[in-house]
Design a protein around this ligand. Structure first.
Ligand SMILES: [Zn+2]
Length: 61
């Protein structure tokens, strides 16, 4: 079974993969680090940006 690493989007395999669902130890550590680091905050900023886009749409009406 092929899976896509959620960190780097590289195709990897589920079987015989100790780092699944990641492609490597590196990606697993990156993903774990997200929750405690700035990358998690960047994800929050994306949500804010979405709200701003909606505001802009209202102004165009
Ligand atoms: Zn990866």
């Amino acid at each position: 079974m092929k899976i896509i690493c959620p960190v780097c989007k590289k195709t990897t395999t589920w079987e015989e993969n100790p780092w699944r669902p990641f492609c490597s130890e590196r990606c697993k550590l990156i993903d774990l680090g997200k929750w405690a680091s700035e990358e998690y905050r960047i994800a929050g900023e994306k949500e804010e940006k979405k709200e701003k886009d909606e505001e802009r749409e209202d102004k165009n009406k």
